[in-house]
Design a binder for this molecule. Sequence first.
Ligand code: GUN
Length: 298
Amino acid sequence: MSAAIIDGKSIAADLRARVGEAVTALNAEHGASPALAVVLVGEDPASQVYVRNKVKFTEEAGMRSVEHKLPADTAEADIVELVQGLNADPQIDGILVQLPLPRHIDSDRVIAEIDPDKDVDGLTETSAGRLLLGRPGLRPCTPAGCVTLAESARDSLEGLHTVVLGRSILVGKPAAMLFLEKNCTVSIAHSRTQDLPGLCRQADILIAAVGRPEMVKGDWIKPGATIIDVGINRIDAPEKGEGKTRLIGDVDFAEASKIAGAITPVPGGVGPMTIAGLLRNTVLAACARRGRRAPTAL
Ligand code: GUN
């Protein structure tokens, strides 16, 4: 058997198109586009690429993008002040502080300052609390993307056993809560879990979010399972030429794709869903701030 490939690129493009339609509807009603503020501190090359893509896709969806690029030696107090200004600015619907921040800055302190109703990354304590309590709120983008991808491969998630491999604050924990919201039976596995392969073999849906290249082998997988690979690991690829690298996931794709029912590739699986989710959250935040119901298409 050969697994269906879950095409994250096209599912993300479809979500971005639906976001674009919701933006058009909001504009017609309110005459003002939703606006996302992105704060980038320093020159980290990966962060610069992320931010460039965020700006590009925000504008493509018909929204305003407001960039704040600050030098690496900016004082924490100045970043906090900037975030407070964005909180108070009625023209801004969403605030994203690109991580990682330079080492002299306490990221938690900065994130804590973001107004939860503008927290399009879903990273504040309030957003996490709303998720845990099952209250309306902005959900973290990558875990929400995992749910969308799993839904694309299944008629229903209800009652399925989802094993989340990894317990990070950014992905594992929120993913577990989101699959619970979908009425899955959820297990969270981590480095201390006994018989990790045995537990993974029970998974109807396996979310791999550990950051260890090709850790999940073919014999960890239940035949027909849905595999969502969140890992993005850059490894040397001498076969492509000297000094070349390539991206691989946390799942051994060659082995797993022979056993799974459906699987996300790396790249082109979970990755594209993160920015699409960010745009979705920006529209949801804009709707909430304008007292409008969330579009059902989102
Ligand atoms: N750095 C890498 N990915 C992300 C993300 O999704 N959000 C933020 N804020 N920073 C990141």
